[in-house]
Ligand binder design. Structure first.
Ligand code: PLP
Length: 305
C-alpha cells in the first residue's frame, strides 16, 4: 500500500537517563506509518483486511470504546480501501461524542452503541453482537469481523513484521501491552530477544489467563504493571509532564494511554540501573496519538509548544 510509510524508520533517542551509562535507546516509529492508521493498529489490521478481501467481504465490523485507536484505524482503513465499516461502541450513546467517534463517523463508519453491561459480557468476537443488534444484516456472508483491539491470529501475524524491519544490534525490546497481541507477534519473530512489556492495565488479572500463561512460559519475556498509573486510560500530572518533557527534548509525541507509560517505565528502569553499558534497547512507538484529544490539557501542551 503506497500510502503507508512501511518499513517504519527507527530513530536514535538522544535524551534519556541511560546516556551516561552508555545505554543506546532507539524508537521504532510505527506512529509514522499513516496519520490515521498508525502504530500497531495497521500491523494488526493488515492480514485481517487481506482476509476480508479474499472472502470478498464488503464490510468490516469491529468494536471498541469511545476513544479506541483500533476503531479509528479500522474506520480510516475501510474508507481508504473501499470497505463499508460498522463499529460497536461500548456504552450508551453520549450527549457529546468523543473526537474518536466523530472521526469514525466522518470516515463513514456506522456506529452502534451497546450498553456496557452487555458489551462487557461478550466474548472476544463481535459476531453475535451483529445478530442481536442488526438482525437485518446478512451476517457472515458480506461482513468480516475483526475482534476488539485486532486481537486474533492474523493480528499476531501482522505484528511479526515489525522487528523484521530492524537491522541492528538489539538486546531488549520495550513495548506497551493491552491485549498482548503485539507482544506475541514481536516475540514470535525474534524468539531469542528479551522483551519488556509495559502493561496499560492496572493488574495482571485484567489480562487474559492464556496471555499471562504464555508470558510465564517464556523466560525472556517480562510484563510489568508498575507504570500503569492506576489503570487503563488513567493519567496524572506526573505522566503528562513526562510526556511534554520527552517531546521538548526528543521532538517525539507519546500518548498517555500506552506509549507514554511505556517510556516512563523504561526511563525509571534505566535510573534504577537495570541496563548496562552497550545495551541496545529498541522501544516500539505503537501510535495512539489520536487519543490525546481525550486529554485536553496534554493535547494543548503537546500541540501548541
Ligand atoms: C497505541 C497502542 N499501543 C499499544 C497497544 C497495545 O497493543 P496490544 O493490544 O496488541 O497489546 C494498543 C492497543 O491495541 C494501542 O492502541
Amino acid at each position: 500500500m503506497d500510502f503507508l510509510e512501511i518499513p517504519s524508520r527507527t530513530d536514535l533517542i538522544e535524551f534519556h537517563p541511560g546516556v551516561e551509562l552508555g545505554v543506546q535507546l532507539y524508537l521504532k516509529r510505527d506512529d509514522l506509518i499513516h496519520p490515521d492508521i498508525s502504530g500497531n493498529k495497521w500491523r494488526k489490521l493488515k492480514f485481517n483486511i487481506e482476509e476480508a478481501k479474499r472472502r470478498k467481504a464488503s464490510t468490516l465490523i469491529t468494536a471498541g470504546g469511545p476513544w479506541s485507536n483500533h476503531l479509528a484505524a479500522t474506520a480510516a482503513s475501510g474508507r481508504l480501501l473501499g470497505f463499508k465499516t460498522i463499529g460497536f461502541i461500548r456504552g450508551e450513546e453520549p450527549n457529546a461524542w468523543s473526537d474518536t467517534l466523530r472521526f469514525c463517523k466522518d470516515q463513514g463508519m456506522k456506529l452502534i452503541f451497546i450498553p456496557r453491561k452487555d458489551f462487557d459480557q461478550l466474548p472476544n468476537s463481535v459476531s453475535h453482537l451483529l445478530l442481536d443488534y442488526m438482525p437485518a444484516l446478512p451476517a457472515g456472508r458480506d461482513a468480516y469481523f475483526i475482534p476488539l483491539g485486532g486481537e486474533n491470529e492474523l493480528g499476531v501475524e501482522g505484528c511479526k513484521e515489525m522487528m523484521a524491519e530492524i537491522n541492528m544490534k538489539v538486546d531488549y525490546i520495550a513495548l506497551a501491552v493491552g491485549t498482548g497481541t503485539t507482544m506475541k507477534g514481536v516475540a514470535a519473530s525474534v524468539p531469542e530477544k528479551r522483551i519488556i512489556g509495559f502493561s496499560a492495565l492496572r493488574e495482571s488479572t485484567q489480562h487474559s489467563a492464556s496471555f499471562l500463561h504464555w508470558v510465564k512460559e517464556h523466560p525472556q519475556l517480562s510484563l510489568t504493571h508498575e507504570y500503569s498509573f492506576g489503570g487503563f486510560a488513567k493519567s496524572c500530572p506526573e505522566l503528562e509532564n513526562f510526556i511534554v518533557e520527552f517531546h521538548l527534548q526528543n521532538k517525539i509525541r507519546l500518548d498517555p494511554v500506552y506509549t507514554g507509560k511505556m517510556m516512563y517505565g523504561l526511563f525509571e528502569m534505566m535510573k534504577k540501573g537495570k541496563f548496562g553499558k552497550g545495551d541496545h534497547i529498541v522501544a516500539i512507538h505503537t501510535g495512539g496519538l489520536q487519543g490525546i484529544k481525550g486529554f485536553p490539557d496534554l493535547h494543548n501542551r503537546l500541540f501548541t509548544s
